[in-house]
Design a protein around this ligand. Structure first.
Ligand SMILES: [Zn+2]
Length: 425
C-alpha cells in the first residue's frame, strides 16, 4: 500500500488537474431548467441536471427524478450555463490579500476557472493550493511559466515578479538564448506547478519550435503571444503552439518584424486590412492547427478609451480580425488580460469581453457564451473536465434568471454559482 499510494495519487492528479476542495456535499438536482450547455447544440428547455460528488452525473429531459433524495433547486424560467472561464488574467502583480479579494469577486461573478498568463509563480502556486484545500474561495487557477529572449529580462514587471532571485534565475521567468537546452528549460518550468509555458518575446522560429516540442514532451501546454519577434505569427502557429493571445499583434505577419519587441503594439493598423490576403494566411494557420485564440478585446478597448488614435485603430483592427477568424472557424476563448480590481457593484470583466465579441466582432450571443465557457476550457487544455454541461464533467455551473442568447448582457443575471457541485453564490 505504501508503494502503491503515491502512484495512484499521481495518476489522479494527472487525470483531473487541480480541483477545488471537495467536502462531502449531498447530491444536487437542478430541475426543469433551460440548458445552454456550451456544446454546438441549441438551448434545451425543460431539462434536469443531477450532480453527485462534484461532477455532473445525469442530464435528461425533466421528469425522471420524482423520488430524488438530495438538494433540489427549481430551474423553471431560468437558464443554466457552464461556469465562465477568463482565459487571460494576471493575479499575482501585487499583494496576496488583493489577489484573494479578486478571486472571491471573480467566483461570485460566475467565473469558475481562470488562466493566469504570467506573474510571480510562487504566489500563484500558494493561491492554487489554498483554493484546492478550500482555505480561500475563487475560480480554479491554472498558471504559466514564462519563457522569453534575454531582451525581456530587464522588463520591470519581470523584475518585480522574480524578486529574491538573481537575474534570470527564477524557474518561472526563464531567459532563452541560442545556447539554451529546451528540454532543461521546460523541466524547470514543469517543476513550478504551471499548466503551460508562455512564449512571450524575443524568440526566433527555431527556438519557438524547439521549446514547443520540448514542452509538449513533458505534458505542458504551450501558449504564445501572437507575435514574439523575430518569429512571425504564422511561424508560431506552424510550430504547433496550443494557443495564441491578443488579436492586434497578428498584424506583424504582414510586416518586417521590429527588432524591438516592445513596439509590437504599434502596427500599421491603417495600412494592413484585417480581412486581406496576408491575414487570411494567419487565419488559415489557426484553423489548420486548431489553435485556441484569445483576442483580449477588453484590454484594447480600455486602451482606446484614452484619447489616442493609435489605440482606437488597434482596438478596431483587432475586433475586425477576430470577426474574420470566427467566421473561418477559429476557436475563440474569452480572455480579458486584466481581471481588474474588484469594484463594488461591477461584474468580472469577462462579461464585458463576451459583450465585445458580440458587438465588435459579430459573434452571436450563443457563440460569445461558448467563447466564455467551452473556449476557455479549450484554452486551458482541459475540455475533458470543464467547459460544457455534460455527464462526467466538473459541476461548475451558473444559473441565470434571464436568457443570455437573447442578450449577452444577461450573463450577469446571476442567481447562483456552483463550483464542484457546491453553491458558492
Ligand atoms: Zn497578459
Amino acid at each position: 500500500m505504501r508503494i502503491l499510494f503515491p502512484a495512484v495519487l499521481l495518476l489522479w492528479i494527472a487525470a483531473t488537474g487541480p480541483v477545488a476542495a471537495q467536502e462531502p456535499t449531498p447530491p444536487l438536482l437542478i430541475r426543469d431548467v433551460t440548458l445552454i450547455d456550451g456544446t454546438d447544440g441549441p438551448p434545451r428547455p425543460h431539462h434536469d441536471v443531477m450532480v453527485r460528488d462534484g461532477r455532473i452525473e445525469t442530464v435528461a429531459p425533466t421528469g425522471g427524478f420524482d423520488a430524488f433524495e438530495g438538494r433540489v433547486i427549481d430551474g423553471s424560467d431560468r437558464f443554466l450555463i457552464p461556469g465562465l472561464v477568463d482565459a487571460h488574467v494576471h493575479l499575482a502583480g501585487g499583494r496576496r490579500a488583493a489577489a484573494e479579494q479578486q478571486l472571491r469577486w471573480l467566483l461570485e461573478g460566475g467565473v469558475t476557472s481562470v488562466r493566469d498568463m504570467a506573474g510571480d509563480a510562487r504566489m500563484l502556486a500558494g493561491l492554487q493550493q489554498s483554493l484546492i484545500t478550500g482555505e480561500i474561495s475563487g475560480p480554479r487557477l491554472d498558471y504559466v511559466a514564462l519563457l522569453a529572449g534575454t531582451a525581456f529580462m530587464s522588463d520591470p514587471r519581470l523584475q518585480a515578479a522574480t524578486r529574491g532571485y538573481a537575474e534570470g534565475e527564477s524557474p518561472y521567468m526563464i531567459p532563452v538564448n541560442e545556447d539554451t537546452d529546451a528540454g532543461a528549460v521546460v523541466r524547470l518550468a514543469k517543476g513550478t506547478g504551471a499548466t503551460g509555458v508562455k512564449l512571450y518575446a524575443a524568440l526566433d522560429p527555431a527556438q519557438v519550435e524547439a521549446l514547443t516540442a520540448a514542452a509538449h514532451e513533458v505534458g505542458l501546454q504551450v501558449w504564445a503571444h501572437s507575435a514574439v519577434f523575430p518569429a512571425r505569427p504564422v511561424e508560431i502557429l506552424e510550430a504547433g503552439v496550443d494557443g495564441v493571445s491578443h488579436a492586434p499583434y497578428v498584424i506583424w505577419d504582414a510586416a518586417e518584424p521590429t527588432p524591438d519587441f516592445t513596439l509590437r503594439a504599434v502596427g500599421d493598423f491603417q495600412g494592413v486590412p484585417p480581412d486581406g490576403a496576408a491575414m487570411d494566411r494567419v487565419v488559415d494557420a489557426m484553423v489548420r492547427a486548431g489553435t485556441v485564440f484569445d483576442p483580449t478585446l477588453f484590454v484594447f478597448e480600455r486602451q482606446a478609451e484614452a484619447d489616442d488614435d493609435t489605440a482606437r485603430a488597434r482596438a478596431a483592427w483587432g475586433a475586425a480580425f477576430t470577426r474574420r477568424a470566427h467566421e473561418a472557424g477559429v476557436i475563440i476563448a474569452a480572455g480579458t488580460d486584466n481581471a481588474g480590481a474588484p469594484l463594488a457593484g461591477a461584474w468580472p470583466h469577462v462579461h464585458e469581453e463576451m459583450e465585445l465579441l458580440v458587438e465588435r466582432a459579430g459573434l452571436s450571443p450563443l457563440d460569445a457564451l461558448r467563447a466564455g465557457t467551452r473556449g476557455g476550457a479549450a484554452a486551458l487544455g482541459d475540455l475533458a473536465h470543464r467547459g460544457t454541461v455534460e455527464p462526467g464533467k466538473l459541476a461548475d455551473l451558473v444559473l441565470l434568471s434571464a436568457d443570455p442568447t437573447l442578450d449577452i448582457a444577461h450573463s450577469t443575471a446571476i442567481e447562483r454559482v456552483f463550483q464542484g457541485g457546491r453553491v458558492v453564490r
